[in-house]
Design a protein around this ligand. Structure first.
Ligand SMILES: Cc1cc2nc3c(=O)[nH]c(=O)nc-3n(C[C@H](O)[C@H](O)[C@H](O)COP(=O)(O)OP(=O)(O)OC[C@H]3O[C@@H](n4cnc5c(N)ncnc54)[C@H](O)[C@@H]3O)c2cc1C
Length: 394
């Protein structure tokens, strides 16, 4: 796959038009926290028939056809989802993150690993955006070492489980209705995922954190105080399958899911800088005539081309049903995250004082891009993962 198909390009144009006319004017309100992203997410879903499409796919699944709930990691593997994340990230990466965490991480995890009943009861309303989802792995004392240092505990009780602990830095936590929560089961020595609902006794969330970037996506804590979770809300059911593997597949999805976000940010930076370089006059001529400015633009183009190629490879692998290895997910995420942050900072530099002002989009993109180097595993963790895979024996 070299590029999106003509059909997908038409969809891309339609989403770009929506993002320009509907999302862009709302960005100041979303970024200031005066407006939440969820009503606009639902409007987007309704405008493009996503809700009807999800319902139709569920109907097919019930009839025994249509992929039987095929796992979709972050959801960004499919061309349309990738286009959506890319186009939203061109305008507001925080909005894309909130949507990706609900549909891709929470909804995707339940679709990938849930029982048929869990898919109906929890994935369907999340995928139709009736309910908002969050995916909760990170804890105050367990970030990079999320599994090894996990303190949240689940113990078996009659008819279900009791969960205690807390999670932090969770996208959508302040407002989500449904949470996929990872907890250690000491008796079994393993980590499992549970579907927790806000309405359950003992569930509380903190206010949204104030962050460096991604202001349009609320991030917060979840507190679980001896929460009783019914047996049928153990993700995947009690068939003894470890969910550490399930969480890891979501992490791979999250890593690949960053590629279209990175492409959207880099693409927008390149577009803004090309236009500005042609228009901005200094020393009596457009700054585009200066070779140091040209170098920045050429380097942005190189990064854009490579991220585009990485995305096409991911989409092709998904289409062919060939899973790409974890080290490739890590390598891709590492490259995308670092280079997108560099490109966005260079875009600020190219625009000078105008780049540093909040009125221009590159200031927001530069702050938002930095999250790509932290969320879904930091750069350092990606490097360790790649080295471990390459150097392990056998
Ligand atoms: C905006 C935002 C949204 C997020 N959304 C979610 C979400 O929806 N769900 C979720 O579960 N989590 C989420 N996270 C959490 C994110 O995944 C973690 O922040 C990330 O994994 C890093 O963990 P940490 O912050 O605890 O950093 P730490 O693990 O404390 O790391 C601190 C520093 O030490 C480095 N480090 C750690 N271990 C090593 C090592 N072995 N070798 C070298 N360096 C090392 C790290 O690279 C980093 O530079 C989100 C985070 C942010 C900022």
């Amino acid at each position: 796959m070299l590029d999106f198909s003509e059909e997908h390009k038409v969809a891309q144009q339609a989403i770009r038009a929506w993002a320009t006319s509907r999302l862009a004017p709302r960005v100041p309100a979303l970024e200031s926290g005066n407006e939440l992203p969820y009503p606009l997410m639902r409007e987007l879903g309704a405008t493009f028939g996503m809700i009807d499409l999800v319902k139709a796919q569920f109907a097919k699944m019930r009839d025994g056809g249509g992929g039987k709930g095929k796992a979709r990691g972050s959801g960004a593997e499919s061309p349309l989802m990738a286009i959506l994340m890319m186009e939203l990230s061109r305008v507001c990466p925080g909005f894309a993150l909130a949507m990706g965490a609900s549909l891709g991480l929470c909804g995707g995890a339940i679709l990938a690993r849930g029982t048929p009943d869990q898919k109906e009861r929890f994935a369907l309303p999340v995928m139709t955006m009736e309910r908002i989802g969050a995916w909760a792995l990170t804890e105050p004392g367990a970030g990079s070492d999320a599994f090894g240092s996990m303190k949240t505990r689940a113990r078996r009780v009659d008819g279900g489980y009791r969960l205690s602990g807390s999670k932090t830095f969770i996208t959508n936590a302040p407002h989500a209705d449904v949470f996929v929560v990872y907890a250690r089961m000491p008796e079994e020595g393993d980590v499992r995922a549970f579907i927790v609902e806000r309405s359950m006794d003992g569930v509380a969330t903190g206010p949204a954190f104030k962050k460096m970037g991604m202001h349009s996506s609320p991030t917060g804590e979840i507190f679980l105080d001896d929460v009783r979770v019914p047996a049928d809300q153990l993700l995947g059911g009690d068939d003894g399958r470890a969910s550490r593997a399930a969480a890891k597949s979501s992490l791979t999805g999250e890593r690949f899911g960053m590629t279209p976000m990175a492409l959207g940010i880099v693409d927008r930076c390149l577009e803004e800088c090309t236009r500005y370089a042609r228009e901005r006059m200094q020393w009596g001529k457009p700054i585009a005539t200066f070779q140091l400015v040209q170098e920045k633009i050429a380097r942005m183009y190189v990064v854009r081309s490579i991220i585009h190629a990485l995305l096409m490879r991911q989409l092709e692998a998904d289409r062919a049903g060939v899973p790409l290895p974890m080290e490739e997910a890590s390598a891709s995420k590492l490259y995308c995250a670092r280079m997108t942050t560099e490109v966005a900072m260079e875009a600020v530099q190219l625009k000078g004082g105008a780049g540093y002002m909040q009125e221009g989009i590159v200031e927001m993109l530069a702050r938002d891009a930095k999250l790509l180097q932290i969320g879904g595993g930091t750069d350092e963790i990606q490097i360790l993962r790649i080295a471990r895979e390459l150097l392990s024996e056998g």
